[in-house]
Design a protein around this ligand. Structure first.
Ligand code: MET
Ligand SMILES: [Zn+2]
Ligand SMILES: [Zn+2]
Length: 413
C-alpha cells in the first residue's frame, strides 16, 4: 500500500515531493493553507499506520494538520515535531528565479520561498518516518506527532497559541517538542533553547509645523530624531531595528517640499531575549526614547509571552537536568553530525507557546554549510542538505521515540 504514491507517480521521490510542496504558495497575506494541507495529507496517507486529522481552531481558512504515528506504549508522553505551513511574502522581481517555481539550479540548489523556513523540515519529518516504517519496519515506543500549524509568521496567535490551549493538544500528552531552528554556515548543526520575544514599538512625534526654509526648535522631525536606537550584534541582547517611517505631506507629485510636518511616526522591531527585564525596557522607552517632554508618544505591542506560567524565563535546559537533551544530542552524533553550542534564536518561533506550558522545546533545522536566507531574497536549500536532513531526522525520531527513561513533566528549567 505504501508504494501507492510511486505507482501513481513513478517520478515521485523525496526531492520532487519537496519541490512540489514549495510550489504551493503559502506566503502571506494570502496563504493557500488548504492546498498545503491536502498535499501533506496525500503524502502522509501513503505511509502505513499514520493517522491524519485536520483541526480548525479558528476559522475554516486556517487549518492545522496533525499526523500521528502511534507508539507501542501510548501511556508514555509523546514527542511532537512542529512546522508552520505559512511563509513570509516574496518580491519575485528581486529574485533570480520565481520564488514559487522551486527552480533547481545546475549546482543543485532549490530556490523557493520556504525552502529554509520551514517547508524543508515539514516534509523531512514525513520522509524520515517513511524510511523508518517502510524500510526498517521500526515501531516507536512513544507516540510521535507532527503538527503543521498556520499563522506562525504573523505571530502564531491563530495557530500554535490556540493549539496549545486546546483539548486536542492536552490529549496528545506531549513530553518533548522539536520545532524549527536556523541555518548554520559551517559544518556544525545549530540548536536553540530559547527564542527572543517580539515587541512592536511605534513612536509618534508631534511638533511645531512651519515653512521648509526655517530652522526652529521642537519640530516633529527633530523630536523623532532624538530617539536612541541601537543595532544588536547577537541574540543575547535586545535588538531594536527601525522598520518603517511615516512622514511628510503628500502632494500629487510626491511630497510637499517646503513645509515641515506637524506629525511623524517610526516603527521598530524589538526582540527581547528571555532574561531581559520587560519593566526596565518599558521604562527606558518611556523616559529615554519617547519622552513626553519632547512631544513623543508611543505604543508597545508585546507579541507573546516572556515568562512561563510559573514566572520563569522561557528557556529549555540543555544539560543533564533535561533527559531529552542527551537523547537529542546523542542522536545527532549517531547521525554523524556535530552540534554547535546551544544558542538563543535571534528571531521568534511558535516554540515560545510550548515553553510557556513548561514543555521542553528545542529549535532545530538540519541545515549546515548553507547561507542564512530566511526571509531573504533568493532563499534556497541545496538538494544534498535536504537529503542529509532526512537521515538526521531518522536518527532523531528513532532515538526520541524509543527513549524509555522517566519522563520529567517539568523539565524546562
Ligand atoms: C511576530 S512573531 C514572529 C514571526 C517570525 N517568525 C519572526 O521571527 O519574525
Ligand atoms: Zn519559520
Ligand atoms: Zn520565518
Amino acid at each position: 500500500k505504501y508504494n501507492q504514491e510511486q505507482e501513481v507517480n513513478p517520478e515521485s521521490n523525496p526531492l520532487s515531493r519537496f519541490r512540489n510542496y514549495l510550489r504551493i504558495n503559502t506566503a502571506h497575506p494570502t496563504p493557500d493553507y488548504a492546498a498545503a494541507v491536502n498535499y501533506l495529507t496525500a503524502f502522509a496517507a501513503t505511509i502505513p499506520t499514520l493517522q491524519i486529522r485536520t483541526l480548525y481552531l479558528t476559522t475554516p481558512d486556517k487549518p492545522l494538520l496533525l499526523v500521528t504515528w502511534p507508539g507501542s506504549n501510548p501511556t508514555l508522553p509523546s514527542v511532537l515535531f512542529n512546522s508552520h505551513l505559512d511563509s513570509v511574502p516574496a518580491e519575485p522581481s528581486k529574485w533570480l528565479h520565481d520564488p514559487f517555481a522551486a527552480h533547481l539550479s545546475d549546482d543543485g540548489k532549490i530556490y523557493a520561498r520556504g525552502a529554509q523556513d520551514d517547508k524543508c523540515i515539514g516534509l523531512q519529518y514525513l520522509e524520515a518516518i517513511k524510511e523508518l516504517k517502510t524500510k526498517l519496519d521500526y515501531t516507536p515506543l512513544r507516540t510521535v506527532h507532527i503538527s503543521y500549524v498556520p499563522e506562525e509568521e504573523v505571530g502564531g496567535f491563530d495557530g500554535m497559541a490556540k493549539f496549545v490551549e486546546s483539548k486536542d493538544f492536552k490529549e496528545l500528552n506531549v513530553g518533548f517538542v522539536l520545532d524549527e531552528g536556523q541555518t548554520s554556515v559551517n559544518d556544525e548543526f545549530r540548536v536553540f533553547y530559547a527564542d527572543r520575544s517580539p515587541w512592536h514599538l511605534v513612536i509618534k512625534a508631534t511638533g511645531v509645523p512651519g515653512h521648509g526654509s526655517r530652522m526652529y526648535d521642537n519640530s516633529a522631525m527633530e523630536n523623532l530624531m532624538i530617539i536612541k536606537a541601537g543595532l544588536a550584534a547577537n541574540s543575547e541582547v535586545i535588538s531594536v531595528n527601525p522598520v518603517f517611517l511615516k512622514a511628510g505631506i503628500p502632494s500629487p507629485t510626491g511630497f510637499v517640499m517646503n513645509m515641515q510636518p506637524s506629525e511623524v511616526e517610526a516603527g521598530f522591531d524589538i526582540r527581547m531575549p528571555p532574561m531581559a527585564d520587560p519593566d526596565l525596557m518599558r521604562r527606558i522607552i518611556a523616559e529615554e526614547w519617547a519622552p513626553a517632554w519632547r512631544n513623543l508618544t508611543y505604543e508597545i505591542t508585546e507579541k507573546g509571552p516572556l515568562r512561563d506560567y510559573t514566572g520563569r524565563p522561557l528557556m529549555t535546559a540543555t544539560n543533564e537536568s533535561n533527559p531529552w537533551w542527551s537523547v537529542f544530542r546523542q542522536a545527532i552524533e549517531a547521525a554523524g553530525g556535530k552540534l554547535a553550542k546551544p544558542e538563543i534564536l535571534p528571531s521568534t518561533t511558535d516554540a515560545r507557546f510550548m515553553r510557556q506550558l513548561g514543555l521542553p522545546t528545542l529549535g532545530f533545522s538540519p541545515m549546515k554549510n548553507t547561507p542564512i536566507l530566511l526571509h531573504d531574497h533568493n532563499e534556497f536549500l541545496p538538494e544534498s542538505v535536504y537529503l542529509e536532513g532526512i537521515k538526521v531526522y531518522e536518527h532523531i525520531i528513532r532515538s526520541l521515540s524509543s527513549f524509555d527513561g522517566v519522563p520529567v513533566s517539568e523539565t524546562s528549567k
